[in-house]
Design a protein around this ligand. Sequence first.
Ligand code: BGC
Ligand code: BGC
Length: 845
Amino acid sequence: MVRFGLLGAAALMACSACTTVADAPAAPAPAFPAANAVSADARWPGVRSRVSQDPRIETRIEVLLRRMSLEEKVAQIIQPDISSITPEEYRQYRFGSILAGGNSSPGGNETAPAREWLALADRFWEASMDGPADRPRIPVMWGIDAVHGHANIVGATIFPQNIGLGATRNRDLIRRIGEVTALEMQVTGADWDFSPTLAVVRDDRWGRTYEGFSEDPEIVRDYAGAMVEGLQGRPGTAEFLAPGRVIATAKHFAGDGGTAGGRDQGDNPSTPAELRDIHGAGYPPAIEAGVQAIMASFSSVRGEKVHGSRELLTGIIREQMGFDGLVVGDWNAHGQVPGCTNSSCPQSINAGLDMFMAPDSWRELYRNTVSQVRSGEIPMARLDEAVRRILRVKLRAGLFERGRPSSRPYAGRFDLLGSAEHRAVARQAVRESLVLLKNQGSLLPLRPGSNVLVAGDGADNIAKQAGGWTISWQGTGVTNADFPNAQSIWAGIEETVRAGGGTATFSPEGRYTRRPDVAIVVFGENPYAEFVGDRQTLQFSPADRSHLELMRRLRSEGIPVVAVFLSGRPLWVNPEINASNAFVAAFLPGSEGGGIADLLFANRDGSVRHDFRGRLSYSWPRRADQTPLNRGDADYDPLFAYGYGLRYGQPGDLPALSEDLPAGAAAGNDGLIYGRSGLPSGWRFTLADQGGPAMPLIGNSGGTPSGRLRIAGVDRRAQEDARQLSWDGAGAATVQIEAAQPLDISREANGELSLVIDYRVDTAPAAPVAIGLGGVQLPVTGAFRGATGEWRTLAIPLSCFARAGVDMRQVSVPLSITTAGRFVLSISAARIASAQVPQNRCEQP
Ligand code: BGC
Ligand code: BGC
């Protein structure tokens, strides 16, 4: 990735002015917005938590509350992110909590060693316990997304993502996974896990499908308590929130898995009864098992943002279910409530939120919240209640007594990260989570003494088998070297075959010299997280389709093919199923690639070593446009039904499946602005001389009226798959891409995505060059002054445009390029994507 510089000093000044405007306190809204979320006919059950209130804790809370100043109370309800606050800054406020988001790490180093995580936890803890002698000492609470093991940390055990755990139908195993995760978290001093996700996922186009256990409430209901008990320990026993345990979070309340179209952070149109019975199914058992935190969802319910809904956050969570722990917000999600900004949102607190997740917005948010309490816009009683719940959780977790993170039991026991015992649990989970969909002629299990060819880009790629929320937020930008305690699928096969007296050869492209007895092809989705994974259809349609060609070729050469499919959801893979003799849905198995060989290979004598036991927890589509598709649908017609999964010995032949795509179902490649196949439909290029009209480009080539700027097709990987822009230097001219409809890319901007451009400088620029989005242009000349004739990638964080004043909810022109001097530039792709860009890098270096 090329480093680049953007804003000059003038632009930066303009930018800070914009921040002031955008973050001005919202106009006062009624303290309790009218309820529209749930009506009386859908009351939620009253729940009896197995954690009862302890009078000694309650007394301590009241004593503390009496001593705390208004500012200290407000500080408790704000949670900054470690990438946007230093321990020194933190010390001035002593906030109630701190989080390490998916992209955050000590010193900004994603692969920082575990000991640096622990050292940083100490520094924040020390800062929280500092301050004038007469002030109360309230320890910080460190939160992190250990959503499939403590997978942010290099060397940790990485469990299958929840979609795979759903297939195991083994709640004891879920509890055990919670225990191991908690223990590994304690090694690095983390107190609080943002897990389990209790989404009941109804539309698999959602980018977070893999974070949910199932499309059906039954599994979510069954697992919720087990995962909570694993993480926190069983209530009423000595293990409850004892050393080695962490605070759990049920998320994202409510209805995150039911948004229309599977759109992340979208709107859930469910009826009140569906919200309770389908999407809410996991909450009563989680509360009963003593979960201490609930995270509010980014999404809305019937048009109302959850973060502003008193009916949901207070009515249902407190008054109906009787939850007495804390409700935490999601990443700046309060800023999406109408009338709110990231740095001002009394509506959320008044609705019942107890803690703002305010990664980078904490400073202004703190200031505004203090003044809103002073003015009475936030009632003091509501603030006290929020603080009371936060202190209750801290006291129950023993944080006041535990001491500095590194002094606690298990802290610094780095040998526990990815220990043999923990990895054995993860490997068992892999074995139990794989689902066998096809086994023609009982090809599987394979004899370990065979000559095996292993192919495909997923075979030796641990990041791909782990998925999102692994080391980095998107799970990208890492290599096998970043996984010291993991095994790739290939390495597991190699080990098994060698032990069985056979030979295994790895060739990503499926080449061989000695004809193999069988080929195992491992392929699938590349990692993604959250909205970056939202799709328009369920077609598996990677840009690179070589896996399919190689499967077909091997079959035509008479070599039987075993397909191992890595994915965060069921996808339409009929061509791949047809091209293979056996097909295994492996989901995202995590660090233990060896678990796959455990199932694929028999004992030396041919007897079964480990049978398949995984059963689909999501229905598998027959067509690419078949979504939503859920067990219980009136016209339920899946290719493989919920609960499907072959065992050895069962007939596993399938007839040839239709490979026809429904009309108009070409997979929309989300985030793409311009690519190999041109512009998305309805979009257009326009060209303009400075001061002149913008002329749409008809066909592949053309120019502005004066001819100063010309555009033509050029070849990068294929014929005319890129465009070349030539400015002749006679005056300023602009090329721009106009979307068919204004785009709402506010969530992409909030998630720190970038405008990413693949380009080649053919002639270096003679004058400054600016790249625009949404009407604001930023100087990028530096990036184009490097070597000419070489394909490179440029990434400009969307936040740079947002800070310069672009309204990210209404972007009609996602890309423009302007210069006045001579310049020749080729572009092969432009997209909105996650890129490894140093944070807040808008300045010229
Ligand atoms: C996600 C949450 C996560 C939080 C902190 C959000 O964007 O929606 O699931 O816990 O960030 O990383
Ligand atoms: C994620 C965070 C992540 C951030 C990216 C959020 O939406 O949930 O955990 O670090 O975006 O910068």
